[in-house]
Design a protein around this ligand. Structure first.
Ligand code: GDP
Ligand code: MG
Length: 294
């Protein structure tokens, strides 16, 4: 008898969802950033251990949608809730007691799947605080996605909530996404690391070419921003910043694909792409059907 199913990780931006996914999968699949909203898509990690296969969805934060990109992000998170066999609702322990998932996500109905309340960043709070949180939220789990504390117990609780099923993917698979997708995410992560304030939200990355047959592997990537001023910030004085972004991204992509890479990195302006559904689709952000008609 085997088990297989979907474990959806939800929570506010910055709760540590991507860090958790990477820890569980044992590979850096999802970009992690102190800047909220770094995860825009549904990132899928696959973990096969013994008789169990977990398909873990990392989701963008549940936000109040203000523009098309937000709507796409929230839509993606809600879809992942519907698909779930078990839901891990992550909250930052340092923020104090979290509202229920239905409240936080403004859901009309509670989700079908069981919800496990998880306080993350256990390493940042003292024992007193933990006790108070445990009292206010009976049954909550405490973990540190960063150090790994509590993670295996939580994974075990999630495991037994999964249905009996044959494996849905190859036991060797770690994700359903392509290398191209991960390369774009790593370029975006490197750019996020070098920037602050406003620009991060305006960043998108498109891989225009990915030639695995060449040595080194040739990748042409374009970072899109919304304004000329942002382009200048990204490029930096005498191109110093874009050069550093490219270097950092190349090292990460090389580690991922275990091959030498030549990264040809460009910056282009695409005005207001976040409000433009054509551009969103091009960057791979799915706009949920119900919102399209509005
Ligand atoms: P997401 O927006 O929910 O995906 O959050 P991320 O995984 O991107 O993490 C947001 C920030 O919190 C990053 O700076 C992480 O390094 C940090 N973080 C995540 N988990 C932990 C944890 O258990 N302890 C501490 N101290 N920091 C964490
Ligand atoms: Mg994330």
């Amino acid at each position: 008898m085997t088990r297989a199913g979907i474990v959806t990780v939800v929570g506010k931006p910055n709760a540590g969802k991507s860090t958790f996914l990477n820890r569980v999968v044992g590979q850096k699949l999802s970009i992690v950033s102190a800047k909220p909203q770094s995860t825009r898509d549904r990132i899928v990690g696959i973990v096969t251990e013994g008789d169990t296969q977990m398909i873990v969805f990392d989701t963008p934060g549940l936000l109040n949608p203000r523009y098309a990109l937000h709507r796409a992000m929230r839509g993606t998170a809600l879809e992942a809730l519907t698909d779930a066999d078990v839901i891990l609702y992550l909250a930052d322990a340092a923020d104090g007691p979290a509202p229920s998932l239905a409240e936080a996500a403004e859901l009309a109905l509670p989700p079908r799947a069981p919800v496990i309340m998880v306080y993350n960043k256990l390493d940042t709070i003292d024992a007193d605080r933990r006790m108070r949180l445990a009292k206010s939220t009976p049954g909550a789990r405490f973990i540190s996605a960063l150090t790994g504390e509590g993670v295996s117990d939580l994974v075990e609780e999630a495991r037994v909530a999964l249905p009996e099923s044959p494996f849905l993917y190859d036991a060797d698979d770690v994700s359903t996404q392509t290398l191209r997708f991960f390369a774009a995410e790593l370029v975006r992560e490197s750019a996020l690391e070098q920037l602050d304030e406003e620009v991060p939200y305006s960043l998108a990355c498109e891989i225009e070419e990915f030639r695995e047959t060449r040595t080194p592997v040739y990748i042409r990537a374009v970072l899109y921003v919304e304004r000329e001023t942002q382009k200048h910030i990204l490029i930096g004085a005498k191109g110093a910043r874009i050069k550093e972004i490219g270097r950092s991204a190349r090292v990460k992509i090389e580690a991922l694909i275990e091959q030498k890479v030549y990264l040809d990195l460009w910056v282009k302006v695409l005005p207001n792409w976040r409000k433009n559904s054509g551009a969103l689709a091009r960057f791979g952000y799915r706009i949920p059907e119900e919102k399209k008609s509005r």
